[in-house]
Write a protein that binds this ligand. Structure first.
Ligand code: F6R
Length: 595
């Protein structure tokens, strides 16, 4: 995830800004850059890769006296991780850093190009600084020009801009991406999270959405909602959560919206594939992945067939290559991977390419091996995932597959425009449903103590809730080391029901808006055999020993995302009670690069 730092004051700015960026390294990045404006001169340095590369680039540079400075670590979303795409971006006399996504950057860019602006990067960010300098031609007041610039942007942003026109100020704006301003003995500090501010700032203001302003050495007192900064670094890196996994679960509502950003417009899904005809003539899809990504792929099959009306197969990567698979000429091969480095999936892509089929990566890491190997990519934009047990990566994979299903439905003329429009609204609602309520989390904490023994768990569901059941069982297994299985609820009677007794825990996924009566009778069959039932639903179910209520929803996919969060928290709280290492469970690695 991208990171931002900024500084106004007399300390040596290069050292301070790079030090701040180092505090953000844990969030992951693929390039970095700084700009220092002091004694009227703007100095900008950028480098691909780790911060040591950036340090080498500016080895001989140092600033003295008063000045302003900004810095950025970039996690590529628009454009490859290159030096040109790294921030800060510049125009003639101003520089900018930005976190988030500017949805309407294409329109702005086209318009500015007609006015003679020349762009050097593939990013959405570069338009901000050019638009600002364009506005200055009309508005002599710098802040007015900045406000007018921000008013034209659509999307999520945390922005810091410095300009030779006002060398003692940093202009800032915030909407849906975090931005903090702090004050300490040595000046004013900016950052996108607490960690870089610790030890430097004592008082901070966490900016509200729609904030637009500027700051100089005397401006801090005018800010609202100033609080004391907690100086614990470990706590800061986890944004105050106990575990990275917990933080990542709580982040899902934001990253889900980011995964949609710029990909929908006026009731349509739009993708910026390099080849505009990439999806034309596709008649069938094979999705290939491992583990959690495979479960997302299984959800994708239901969605692609339902909305894209396209036959979809889902295969486990390690089972694919050696089975002499048969691929049709117009079959699209979709590789899903959080890391982009999973060897089984990577080798499957290489194998498929020998047949000449089109390949698409759905991946969280730009420039990873799988992304480089595939013809096209849809980045999931979940930001770095530190918890070994995947949560937000899974959520965004499902969202991207859902977008793809609507995209293909439109493109193939099989999805009515009104239905596509409705589905996009449901996507936004579904993202909102993943915002964790304290009430739900507290309830799960309390409930978890009843599920620590027994001879195993069955998670059961139908349709998209079946792969969610598989994923929930995997989450519980991974971090609590308890045995759990996911099963299609209609299949229980064909064998596993023999295990049913009071020590068999069944977690039943009971959506109101998809096959409720069917799953209800499956659960009743288990309940009649005395299995312990924990039901997830918005609707009361008499046969349950425990009810875990989700908030009422109006679509089954909203229920899907609501239940996903509840089940991730359930796994987390059981793991906490059994005392396992939640973020680094035994025997597991985040990236599996062996066969
Ligand atoms: C489980 C988990 C793994 C990965 C699998 C594939 O929480 O994270 O099952 O999903 O190892 O990894 P990626 O998605 O990186 O290809």
């Amino acid at each position: 995830m991208c990171g931002i730092v900024g500084y106004i004051g007399n300390l040596e700015k290069k050292k301070l800004i790079i030090g701040g960026l180092r505090e953000l390294e844990y969030r992951g990045y693929d390039s970095a850059g700084i700009s220092v404006l002091s004694q009227g001169q703007l100095h900008t340095f950028k480098a691909v890769g780790k911060l040591v590369n950036l340090e080498k680039k500016c080895e001989t540079f140092a600033s003295s006296g008063f000045g302003v400075a900004i810095g950025h670590t970039r996690w590529a979303t628009h454009g490859k991780p290159t030096e040109a795409n790294a921030h800060p971006h510049f125009a003639d006399f101003s520089n900018v850093v930005h976190n988030g996504i500017i949805e309407n950057h294409r329109e702005i860019k086209e318009c500015l190009e007609k006015k003679g602006h020349h762009f050097v990067s593939q990013t959405d960010t570069e338009v901000i600084v050019h638009l600002f300098e364009e506005k200055l031609k009309t508005f002599t007041d710098t802040f007015e020009a900045f406000k007018q610039t921000i008013a034209e942007l659509r999307g999520a942003y945390a922005i810091l801009l410095i300009t030779q026109k006002e060398p003692e100020k940093i202009f800032y704006a915030k909407n849906a991406s975090p931005l903090i301003i702090g004050k300490g003995e040595d000046g004013i500090f900016f950052a996108s999270s607490d960690a870089p501010l610790i030890g430097l700032a004592t008082d901070v203001s966490y900016l509200e959405d729609q904030s637009v302003g500027y700051m100089d050495l005397n401006g801090f007192e005018s800010l609202d909602l100033v609080v004391k900064l907690n100086q614990d670094k470990g706590y800061a890196q986890k944004d105050g959560f106990r575990f990275f996994m917990e933080k990542e679960i709580y982040e899902q509502h934001t990253v889900l919206l980011e995964s949609m950003m710029g990909r929908t417009n006026e009731g349509k899904v739009i993708f910026d594939f390099r080849d505009g005809q990439f999806c034309d003539e596709i008649e069938e899809i094979t999705i290939c992945a491992c583990g959690t990504s495979y479960h997302a792929g299984m959800v994708g099959k239901y969605l692609l067939e339902r909305y894209g009306k396209i036959k979809t197969n889902v295969v486990i990567a390690s089972e694919f290559r050696y089975a002499n698979p048969i691929l049709k000429k117009n079959e699209l091969f979709v590789a899903i991977s959080q890391s982009g480095e999973t060897l089984d999936t990577l080798e499957a892509v290489k194998y498929v390419k020998t047949f000449g089929n089109k390949t698409l990566a759905i991946c969280n890491v730009d420039n990873s091996s799988i992304v480089r190997e595939c013809d096209e990519v849809l980045l999931t934009r979940a930001g770095i995932e530190k918890g070994v047990a995947s949560t937000k990566a899974f959520a965004t994979q499902v969202m991207v597959l859902w977008l793809l299903s609507v995209f293909l439905g439109q493109r193939r003329g099989v999805l009515a425009p009104s239905e596509a429009e409705t589905l996009i609204k449901v996507m936004v609602e579904s993202a909102k449903k993943t915002e964790v309520s304290h009430k739900l989390h507290d309830r799960i904490k309390r409930l978890s103590k009843r599920y620590l023994h027994g001879h195993g768990f069955f998670f059961i569901g139908r349709d998209v809730f079946y792969p969610l059941a598989l994923e929930s069982a995997l989450k519980l297994k991974e971090i609590s080391y308890l045995h759990a299985e996911g099963y299609p609820s209609g299949e229980m009677k064909h064998g596993p029901i023999a295990l049913a007794d009071s020590e068999l825990f069944t977690v039943a996924l009971m959506p109101e808006h998809l096959l409720y009566e069917k799953i209800k009778s499956n659960v009743e069959e288990l309940s009649a055999r005395d299995a312990t039932i924990c039901a997830l639903s918005a609707k009361e179910f008499d046969g349950a020993d425990d009810m875990l209520y989700i908030s009422p929803c109006s679509h089954y996919m909203e229920e899907f995302f609501s239940m996903m969060v509840a089940l991730q928290l359930f796994a987390l709280e059981v793991a906490v009670r059994v005392g396992s290492d939640v973020d680094m469970p035994r025997n597991l690695a985040k990236s599996v690069t062996v066969e």
